[in-house]
Design a protein around this ligand. Structure first.
Ligand SMILES: Cc1cc2nc3c(=O)[nH]c(=O)nc-3n(C[C@H](O)[C@H](O)[C@H](O)COP(=O)(O)OP(=O)(O)OC[C@H]3O[C@@H](n4cnc5c(N)ncnc54)[C@H](O)[C@@H]3O)c2cc1C
Length: 464
């Protein structure tokens, strides 16, 4: 059987590419090497408590337009709850709680309202932050060029952002958005993300909170969508190589084109096009050498990765007063009260999900030590937690959570179209304009599908 497309990789980029091709009438084979779909974004029922556990609590924003389109298509956007406007509660080790709460006002007054009422900043720091916001809003090519060679730290320094503003505002946001330390992270990618969230529509900066586990939100209905349209989804099916052949009439003119993939066990899946939606470290094994994509293979070898550690803690009683809290100046950066987040969350056995991004040091520690640290951090935020007993803990170390979005990384991120006809690339690491995010992954999946459907560069279009 020949498919219109084989999509290799069942993460968000592969799922969105497959859904887009399938929605246009194409017949797709989506293959995933592992036992489950969702890639770096999945959930499972905890075997002891039965609670739904995400591999890491993900934060979504109203600016994630491609993601919202994907969820609308598969029918799960109603499983997100939108904050009325951005509200981030932070706890400072000495000064206690302070909330960055944006009013529902026109852009950029909404951001100004958040800054002006945030009690962890002095009057002077608020003025400096607003001035940084104005510079960011007045985007021009010169600023873009300057940012391209700067780290987040350099950029903040150049705008006179002092240590307290960094500790209480910039660093918590940049570390979680970028999953990299500010001294290494690209100022350009961070600035682009901030602009997309804060300076287009008021609704873009709102946090969108999934009320179900990630697999239910992103995967299950996508599989139903695909199979209802005669596409095929296969797990435990790893692609070993993209099959490349000389293109002949009517599609090619002697140039190379993709004709399917060879999978583990020797089987071949033939197709009019291939979308490689694997993480960047999977690309070198998949693509053929000497076929025009050696530059891509060399580029992805320059991308490094950065870990995220998630600590899931069950307590015998609740103590969090908000659904999430930013923890300033300690090891955990954010804590989420899953009881308030997940529909039907467990009141008697509340679970708190703690996130540590850019977690190089922590990820090499033993899990017992990580749990101790997370519990101590939570108790320093909520004294009531000292009375609460930890009844269960699960630590998930995603050592290759994202590519590392260091300064200058853009030159190593290829676009969707390759020199091999009908071979397209997708993944959060491709040229999306974002750091590694779900939005970037879905945007890249849609871009690859769009080129395939349009017949770009020897792409098949749809054969019927
Ligand atoms: C703990 C954690 C927290 C995060 N938090 C956020 C957040 O708050 N907000 C946000 O926007 N983003 C967040 N991210 C990032 C986001 O999850 C990723 O950017 C996104 O899921 C990447 O999707 P992808 O499709 O590009 O790659 P992946 O999800 O890695 O999917 C690629 C798939 O390809 C499969 N594969 C690889 N090789 C082959 C092969 N040869 N044959 C077949 N299949 C193959 C893999 O098994 C995998 O399933 C987080 C990530 C992690 C890990």
């Amino acid at each position: 059987m020949t498919y219109d497309a084989v999509v290799v990789g069942g993460g968000l980029s592969g799922l969105s590419a497959a859904v887009a091709v399938s929605a246009a009438g194409g017949r797709v084979a989506l293959i995933e090497q592992g036992p489950r779909l969702g890639g770096r974004c999945y959930s499972y029922a905890d075997p002891v408590t039965g609670d739904e556990v995400d591999n890491g609590q993900h934060v979504l924003l109203g600016s994630y337009r491609h993601l919202l389109k994907y969820l609308d298509t598969i029918g799960t956007s109603g499983l997100l709850r939108a904050q009325p406007s951005l509200q981030l509660r932070f706890h400072h080790p000495e000064n206690g709680f302070g909330t960055f709460r944006m009013q529902r006002l026109p852009v950029p007054l909404d951001l100004a309202s958040g800054v002006l009422t945030y009690r962890h900043l002095s009057v002077r720091e608020k003025a400096e932050l607003l001035s940084a916001g104005r510079r960011l809003r007045a985007w021009d090519p010169a600023l873009q060029n300057t940012l391209a060679s700067m780290s987040v730290s350099n950029w903040l320094e150049s705008m006179g952002q002092g240590q307290n503003a960094r500790d209480c505002f910039w660093d918590p946001i940049s570390v979680s958005v970028m999953n990299e330390t500010p001294g290494l992270a690209s100022a350009l990618l961070f600035a682009k993300t901030l602009r997309a969230a804060f300076f287009e529509r008021g609704a873009d900066s709102r946090m969108l909170i999934p009320t179900v586990g990630q697999t239910q939100l992103y995967v299950d209905r996508a599989v139903e969508f695909l199979t209802a349209r005669k596409s095929v989804v296969r797990t435990m099916t790893g692609a070993e190589r993209v099959l490349v052949e000389k293109g002949g009439a009517p599609r090619g003119s002697g140039t190379l084109r993709a004709g399917g993939v060879g999978i583990t066990g020797g089987e071949e899946i033939r197709s009019g096009a291939v979308i490689a939606a694997v993480p960047h470290w999977g690309i070198p094994a998949l693509l053929p050498r000497g076929a025009g994509v050696d530059g891509v293979i060399a580029a992805v070898r320059s991308l490094a990765t950065s870990p995220i550690v998630s600590v899931h803690l069950w307590f015998d009683r609740p103590f969090m007063e908000n659904e999430l809290v930013g923890v300033i100046g300690r090891t955990i950066q954010w804590a989420f009260d899953r009881r308030r987040i997940i529909a039907g969350g467990n009141e008697e056995r509340p679970m708190v999900a703690c996130v540590i991004s850019a977690a190089r040091e922590v990820s090499s520690q033993p899990t017992s030590r990580i749990v101790e640290t997370a519990v101590a951090d939570l108790r320093s935020v909520y004294p009531r937690a000292s009375e609460a007993v930890v009844t269960r803990s699960v630590v998930i170390k995603e050592k290759r959570a994202t590519f590392s979005p260091v300064t200058g990384v853009e030159k190593f991120r290829p676009g969707a179209v390759t020199e091999i006809g009908g071979l397209f690339l997708a993944g959060d690491w491709t040229e999306t304009g974002y750091p590694a995010t779900i939005e970037g992954a879905v945007k890249s999946g849609f871009a690859a599908a769009g080129h395939l459907l349009a017949g770009t560069k020897g792409g098949s279009g749809l054969s019927r």
